[in-house]
Design a binder for this molecule. Structure first.
Ligand SMILES: [Fe+2]
Ligand SMILES: [Fe+2]
Length: 189
């Protein structure tokens, strides 16, 4: 099967109504696009993987991401794609064997964290620096639900130094926000 971003987005919308979950999926997609460009990988595939990683989260929260993996398998998504989706949750004990799986794992929490940083800034995306994201990472009261160790460990697993990792995600989100705005969408509104 040929994986396209358009089909992935349509499939996602069949399963997700929640605006906040949709925005999370779009943010993870943005980061996956950034890394696909950085690594010279297939943008449509990586983009789709980011979009669909939480497809089951709203309707099957107790079976996440197992149900999602099942849905994607049924739809004909290839094994490495399904394994990457399954692998973003540690408790599935799914080895992250591909660069795509490692990247998805590394951008899932961080993308949401960077968006949380953006939301509290008066200038939003404009001028956001790695330094201020790092400062917020140290602030334990900020975005408490985000697991700081997961962010550090996943970057290490990906083999990207944390500063570069955060910069890559910031750049990807900034770029994608501009593109989404042109389609009447946004990562933060
Ligand atoms: Fe998830
Ligand atoms: Fe997620």
């Amino acid at each position: 099967m040929e994986i396209t971003r358009e089909e992935a987005f349509n499939l996602l919308k069949e399963y997700v109504d929640s605006k906040s979950l949709l925005k999370h999926c779009l943010a993870v997609e943005a980061s996956m696009r950034g890394y696909a460009e950085k690594f010279g990988e297939d943008i449509e595939v990586w983009s789709s993987c980011g979009l669909l990683h939480d497809i089951d989260f709203e309707k099957y929260p107790d079976d996440h991401p197992f149900k999602g993996a099942e849905i994607l398998k049924e739809k004909g998504y290839p094994e490495d794609f399904v394994m990457a989706v399954k692998g973003h949750a540690d408790y599935t004990n799914t080895p992250r064997e591909t660069q795509m799986a490692k990247t998805l794992y590394a951008v899932d929490e961080l993308s949401s964290f960077v968006i949380a940083c953006v939301l509290v800034r008066p200038n939003k995306f404009e001028g956001l620096k790695v330094k201020s994201v790092k400062k917020k990472l140290k602030d334990k009261a900020f975005a408490k639900a985000v697991d700081r160790d997961q962010i550090k460990n996943s970057a290490q697993e990906l083999g990207i130094e944390l500063t570069e990792h955060i910069q890559t995600v910031i750049d990807a989100l900034v770029k994608r926000e501009k593109e989404l705005k042109e389609q009447g969408l946004s990562l933060i509104e």
